[in-house]
Design a protein around this ligand. Structure first.
Ligand code: ZN
Ligand code: ZN
Length: 274
């Protein structure tokens, strides 16, 4: 399996997953044009995308999904409540496919397991995607709020994890956000702090975990180096030798080949940074 974050943060999120000949985009929070531009940047033709999966209704995850789907005739997998909430984005769209949260489905050889989260959207989910032939499992968990038992179950034994590390607690406290916004971000229905993400990653640590990509980094209340160092300080002493990287808002990450990453990590005990 291969993974690339086309960009992540409060101004837009989209993640590309590739397995054999199947390419799936998780969320499109950029304009259709910008999404196509970023795909071209990593040499992936937009028309080669097979499906779009939507995690929740917030604009930073949905704004370009409808237009991109119509332009390239790509099915959108979405829950009924999320569809209702952002219906104007998907009017006259013939490519809607409904899924139910907590019920798995298959998209061209990839098993998709959606699990509800506490995040403050109508019906937000995290996804676990498993390549059926190779049993390689990727977890995508941004906009978490607080990890629930269900989310923990979803992400057990993932081989690669995209995890939000939204804010640094000190930077959030000293930010210009009003107290109500600060409370919303830090609540169990908001986002994970760097510390909470590191603690959660430690809980999920197992020998088959080859890497973690930190995502949804706040541009006002966090810095990539802070998020990364918090994660490193928590994970390395526990013996984690895998890949650690950060997805940023402005440009795609490398197109990571997860199985090669695993081999390299195991053989050399080394890791690299994005
Ligand atoms: Zn978001
Ligand atoms: Zn959200």
């Amino acid at each position: 399996m291969k993974v690339c974050s086309l960009g992540s943060g409060s101004k837009g999120n989209s993640t590309l997953i590739e397995s054999h000949d199947t390419r799936i985009l998780i969320d499109i929070g950029f304009s259709g044009k910008e999404t196509a531009r970023r795909l071209h940047e990593i040499e992936v033709p937009p028309e080669s995308i097979d499906a779009i999966l939507i995690t929740h209704d917030h604009r930073d995850h949905t704004s370009g999904a409808g237009i991109f789907s119509r332009r390239y005739n790509i099915p959108i997998y979405i829950t009924a409540s999320t569809l209702e909430q952002c219906n104007t984005l998907f009017t006259d769209n013939d490519f809607i496919k409904l899924y139910q949260p907590s019920r798995s489905f298959v998209v061209d050889g990839i098993t998709v397991e959606p699990f509800l989260t506490l995040h403050d959207a109508v019906e937000p989910v995290v996804f676990a995607l498993t390549d059926i032939s190779k049993r390689f499992k990727v977890g995508i968990a941004t906009d978490l709020g607080k990890p629930t038992a269900q989310v923990r179950l979803a992400l057990t034994n993932v081989n690669f994890l995209i995890l939000e590390s939204n804010y640094d607690e000190g930077l959030l406290r000293n930010s210009h956000y009003p107290a109500t916004v600060q409370q919303r971000i830090a609540s169990s229905h908001g986002h994970l702090s760097n510390g909470a993400a590191a603690q959660f990653a430690c809980e999920l640590l197992h020998p088959g975990l080859s890497g973690i990509l930190l995502a949804h980094i706040s541009q006002k209340c966090n810095r990539p180096d802070l998020a990364l160092s918090t994660m490193e300080k928590a994970m390395r002493p526990k013996g984690f030798l895998g890949f650690l990287g950060v997805a940023t808002q402005d440009r795609p990450t490398l197109f990571l080949d997860l199985e090669k990453l695993k081999v390299q990590t195991n053989r050399n005990g080394q890791y690299s940074l994005l």
